[in-house]
Design a protein around this ligand. Structure first.
Ligand code: TRH
Length: 399
């Protein structure tokens, strides 16, 4: 029997939580031979996300359990049943992963406490480049269910002393292949997006950001520039943020808007793999949150990170911590231009002038991001680290 893992995912907002959980589950199944049960609380949201991952195969809206890409996806109901075979089945997993600190149902914990075999329980945390992550990764998270159950913090990160980053085994070769196609590859992308009538621009950009007060100043700078720019904007917060500038209430998928030398095309939310291809083929990507931010780094194209905003402002410190690592070794002029643009955007400032400083540095930034990607790729990926962590930890727990 293949080992069985259970992953719990609470969808707070957007598709970040399910995006990471799904990516991990898919890799554990596809590359590690592990049988994975993924429990998701927002079932409608999960179905919407999963449908985007499998566009050719309509998912039954009424099902509460689906098998997609070999992953068993289940609805995590608000009122979790107290005592049934499901709890026993979960408790029999070799490893239980709670993503982003979501709290496991009490009935599951009770069943886990009755286990006679060791079980590793992982709290898969948020990604941060801050120094403290090194010291907290892998620390036990004491609980008193049973001496056979060990709970640990597992932190993704940019250094070997952390849990690393999610990266599928063929990903970097796939990026090379996409990028080797050059102009025909980009033409095919526009064709696939239903935008074949558009000419290839001098600068191809993707925008997957949150709503931003900086958006209009940046779009104006692009529209008034000297080169043709095509912004591909997945439907959602970024397209909504452009609505007033484009003069429409809600820019719909398929709509194309021209302003000066700028063209904005609203594209559908596609599969994670298709999104990787988009990142690979664009000259500049605005990404956000956690997963798209990591994917932009694997695509190794110039990018800007719209970090998930937090009320207490801690996100600014997280951005600075990443900038320190990422910009190391880069020409100060390019590094300064990137840091000012990223900070300005995240603070909602007027970004027109910052863009004028950043734009000429994109070739330098491109080369630097390729080197950065190679540096990151030397580290084992997060799924591999997690599997090794689970194996070694279990060995240290005696039944
Ligand atoms: O959706 P997000 O804003 O997620 C955020 C972050 O995870 C944040 O840290 C967390 O606190 C919050 O959610 C709850 O951005 P993120 O992380 O980039 O996730 C988006 C997912 O959607 C990612 O897996 C990529 C995927 N995606 C597609 O599958 N298709 C697409 O077309 C696009 C644009 C994205």
């Amino acid at each position: 029997m293949p080992p069985r893992w259970t992953i719990f995912c609470a969808m707070i907002d957007n598709f970040g939580d399910i995006g990471v959980s799904w990516r991990l589950a898919r890799q554990l199944v596809g590359e590690k031979g592990i049988r994975v049960d993924l429990w998701v609380d927002d079932w409608a949201g999960a179905l919407q996300f999963l449908q985007a991952q499998t566009p050719g195969a309509p998912l039954p809206a009424s099902a509460k359990h689906l098998t997609v890409a070999g992953v068993d996806v289940h609805h995590w109901p608000q009122n979790w049943p107290d005592d049934d075979s499901v709890n026993t089945q979960i408790a029999e997993s070799q490893c239980v992963v709670e993503t982003f600190g979501c709290e496991l149902p009490d009935a599951v914990k009770r069943s886990m406490s009755r286990r006679a075999e060791p079980l590793v329980w992982i709290n898969l945390e948020y990604l941060s480049a801050e120094d403290w992550v090194r010291g907290c990764h892998g620390l036990p998270s004491p609980q008193n269910l049973s001496p056979l159950i060990r709970k640990y913090f597992f932190f993704p990160g940019f250094e070997p002393a952390t849990g690393g980053l999610l990266r599928e085994s063929g990903l970097l070769m796939q990026h090379q292949a996409w990028q080797a196609h050059g102009v025909p590859g980009r033409q095919q992308l526009l064709f696939d997006l239903g935008l074949a009538s558009l000419a290839l621009p001098e600068l191809l950009v993707s925008v997957f950001s949150y709503c931003s007060a900086s958006m209009v100043s940046w779009l104006e700078a692009l529209a008034d520039g000297t080169e043709t720019v095509l912004c591909l904007v997945p439907e959602g917060k970024a397209s909504v943020s452009m609505a007033a500038y484009l003069g429409v209430e809600n820019p719909v998928v398929g709509s194309v808007h021209h302003r000066g030398v700028l063209t904005v095309a609203v594209i559908p939310f596609r599969s994670q793999d298709d999104y990787d291809q988009l990142l690979s083929l664009c000259d500049f990507n605005i990404v956000r949150g956690e997963d798209s931010f990591v994917r932009a780094q694997w695509a190794a194209k110039p990018f800007m990170w719209h970090i998930y905003p937090q009320d207490d402002g801690v996100h600014v410190g997280k951005l600075e911590a990443f900038a320190v690592r990422y910009l190391e070794g880069l020409d100060p002029k390019t590094a300064g231009a990137w840091a000012r643009f990223a900070r300005g955007w995240n603070l909602g400032e007027d970004c027109a002038e910052m863009w004028h400083y950043l734009r000429p540095q994109l070739p330098d930034l491109h080369q630097h991001t390729q080197e950065w990607q190679k540096k990151l790729a030397v580290m084992p990926d997060l799924a591999t680290n997690l599997v090794n962590f689970e194996t070694f930890t279990k060995l240290s727990v005696s039944p």
